[in-house]
Design a protein around this ligand. Sequence first.
Ligand code: HEM
Length: 409
Amino acid sequence: MHAVVNENKHLGTMESEKFAETFCSNCWNLAEENSKNSPQKSIPGPRKLPVIGNLNQIASALPHKTVRDLAIKHGPLMHLQLGEVSTVIVSSPEVAKEVMKTHDINFSYRPALAVPKITTYVFTNIAFAPYGNYWRHLQKVCTTELLSEARVQSFRSIREEEVLNLIKTINESNGKPFNLVKVLQLFSGLKQQAEKFHKENDRIVENIIKEHREKRARAKGGNEEAEEDLVDVLLRLQEQAEFQFEDKNLKSVILDIFGAGSETSSTTVEWALSEMMKNPRVMREAQAKVRRVFEAKGNVDETGLHELKYLKAVIRETFRMRPSIPLLLPRECHQACEINGYEVAPKTRVLINAWALGRVSDYWKEPEKFYPERFLNSSVDYMGTNFEFIPFGAGRRICPGILFASPNL
Ligand code: HEM
């Protein structure tokens, strides 16, 4: 296949290769020695300028890489002052485990950020809802209703149809260069960046709700077969009135699910293809395995997915090297607590560098190499228990869409 993918992706690899093999527990030992020599007991970090603090040091196209490089010097728990915001960066699996397992509840809060405040109808979605009863309720709805295994299965025929359409479109290019990113943008959905996008999103989602309400009313009248999609499930829950769920909450959750679920998946597919194009051996191997499973059938469907062990390893390796949300979603420390021997103050923003965790050489042999085989006979997975590999996060705020994302990818 000839595919043209985003050039920025290659830039990421070339830049990061400079640090191959330099990132392991020895770095932390050295960093800890440095901090012991310093008279202060506060969390180590680079020197701060008045007013802006460390903002100038992290302004870059690849902040996850910049903060990883700073962490090599300052340690796996590093303090940055980002303007007014006191922030800590977590860069080792051990410290990530302390934050997301030992002190999970204390770090299950999200900071009240300015842009999400606009785009989430004041934090009424799942991703930015403050930790508490409302979030717990939505989270339960996700696991039991919206994003359950049964619901994922119910969309199987839609996924299969989309895959066939995509293959057909690629086929029609007759071997000529083909811009897959452009096609994948169809799935990328709504970009929530600012007020004007929010207004447009609001209009679109209101229409979606209206259409669904009309469809449900017709179905109740007995004229149509009622097949539930995600919006129908939310409308049903609203009708059942089990908890306060106004239209703005409904819109917020719909946008959350479309936003959280589409861009993350399409970025991962783009990265997987980029990496395979740079590693033709892996591409050939993956193609051969897919052909072997589906050749007799003549088309790709989900019945053979469990046989595609190599493709699954390619996806894992992509997640390791190219997590689509490299610094996960920000957390906030609720009450003062001790992490890695240092006190973290309430309201401190906490960023976990999942991108860096996937490259710690104590856990990963030749971490800069795209080598799916490392996952073939390995029990390491992304369900949030192996803290060196957390592309979906971990703990209470782990991505509830994992089951949904896997068959899509
Ligand atoms: C490749 C696919 C995906 C990746 C890599 C991904 C990754 C993530 C990450 C890193 C978080 C933050 C976790 C944390 O704070 O520890 C998250 C949260 C979330 N994801 Fe995903 N996600 C994906 C697909 C999906 C899908 C398909 C859906 C829904 C259909 C979804 C819905 C959500 C929601 C609602 C949250 C917020 C959870 C909360 O704050 O309680 N994601 N995701």
